[in-house]
Ligand binder design. Structure first.
Ligand SMILES: CC(C)(COP(=O)(O)OP(=O)(O)OC[C@H]1O[C@@H](n2cnc3c(N)ncnc32)[C@H](O)[C@@H]1OP(=O)(O)O)[C@@H](O)C(=O)NCCC(=O)NCCS
Length: 335
């Protein structure tokens, strides 16, 4: 295949399970309240899979089909899959292999990446490099999570459990067709000094055995988070990296038609918008409905916003994320 000048997002799609879980529903299972959750995070409800047996790749199927339809393409046009998730269907193989099989794409390469809340942006940088190098023409980039089977709906798990929800977003990345279109700048970062501030300790290849009954009793198989540290880092790093991509693209906040930040906490995003001087009416905020869907938040938010007419071909879209790792990044592109 021939190398191309630039890649862009040709279509987006999303899917969330039908089961709505409100803050009041959670307050029947643990010591929490709608007031506590809304005040601190902006979350009102989230979605959970309807029953056991539905994995991240299952949620990705309808999201991928929607993205393909939006792009005016079919599954036969997909040259490669990138699957971003921290909640893969199984430990191995990657969820991309399950998705490729479910979409009927034997032989199509499938790469799983484990970059948590920044997963979509890490995936976008890989897709862009593949496409510009002429290696693949159309890359299906998916972010999908099933969190509800990995949290504990109890007093012990409440600090993390109230934040997360299940959902999927997908984007079809391909060659830009107009001169001004395409990815203008993307920057990625990681700092493992914060790795244990938001993590799941086991099962771990570092332990023999990887997991024991004692570890389960202690809750080591559940996510553990230092919320205050994550908040502090996110409100510093997201604006910093967003400014860096705007500068490289020779754009300012005024040129941004739509800002799609990762949805971890409405308060984090309000502070980020303030620091960047981007008004909230140009910013996607759907955390109230879905909670934090990790790798899915950006494609899910962009898919909803595009369908609501908040962006169109030619719009400048800024994206930024921060999460476990710590990892963070930002990208700006013209649709
Ligand atoms: C998680 C977060 C909302 C907590 O807010 P906070 O103001 O830092 O709250 P704290 O952790 O200090 O907890 C305050 C109190 O509420 C309690 N609490 C924790 N979870 C609770 C819940 N779901 N319901 C009610 N009370 C809760 C704590 O036990 C603590 O009680 P104490 O004062 O008696 O010890 C906030 O730190 C945050 O959003 N951080 C970023 C998290 C994030 O973005 N994670 C994903 C990254 S991708």
């Amino acid at each position: 295949m021939k190398s191309v000048q630039a890649s862009t997002i040709l279509g987006v799609g999303h899917y969330v399970p039908s089961k709505v879980v409100t803050n009041d529903d959670l307050s029947k299972l643990m010591q929490t309240s709608d007031e506590w959750i809304v005040q601190r995070t902006g979350i009102k409800e989230r979605r959970y899979i309807e029953h056991s047996g539905i994995g991240a790749s299952d949620l990705a199927v309808p999201a991928s089909k929607m993205a393909l339809e939006h792009a005016g393409l079919t599954t036969q046009d997909v040259d490669a899959i990138i699957f971003a998730t921290l909640s893969p269907d199984h430990n191995f193989p990657g969820s991309g292999c399950f998705l490729g099989h479910k979409l009927g794409l034997p032989g199509i390469p499938a790469l799983d990446i484990r970059n948590q809340c920044s997963g979509f942006l890490y995936g976008l940088s890989i897709a862009d490099a593949w496409i510009r190098a002429g290696m693949y023409r159309h890359v299906l980039l998916v972010g999908s999570e099933v969190h509800s089977t990995g949290i504990e709906l109890s007093d012990r798990g409440r600090d993390v459990a109230v934040l997360f929800g299940d959902g999927a977003g997908a984007a079809l990345i391909g060659p830009a067709t107009e001169p001004n279109q395409g990815l203008k700048s993307i920057k990625l970062h990681a700092d493992g000094s914060g790795a244990k501030e938001l993590w799941v300790e086991s099962p771990a290849s570092a332990y023999q055995p990887r997991i024991t009954k004692e570890m389960i009793d202690e809750g080591k198989h559940l996510p553990a988070m230092n919320g205050k540290q994550v908040f502090r880092w996110a409100t510093e790093k997201m604006p910093e990296v967003a400014r860096a991509v705007l500068e490289e693209a020779k754009l300012t906040g005024d040129n941004v038609d739509l800002f799609v930040p990762h949805q971890a906490n409405l308060r984090i995003n309000q502070l980020v918008c303030q620091k960047l001087g981007i008004p909230e009416d140009k910013t996607v905020a759907n955390i109230a409905n879905y909670g934090n869907t990790t790798a899915a938040t950006i494609p899910l938010g962009l898919s909803e916003a595009w369908r609501e007419g908040r962006c169109r071909r030619g719009s400048n879209v800024l994206m930024a994320a921060f999460g476990s790792g710590f990892t963070w990044g930002a990208a700006v592109l013209t649709l």
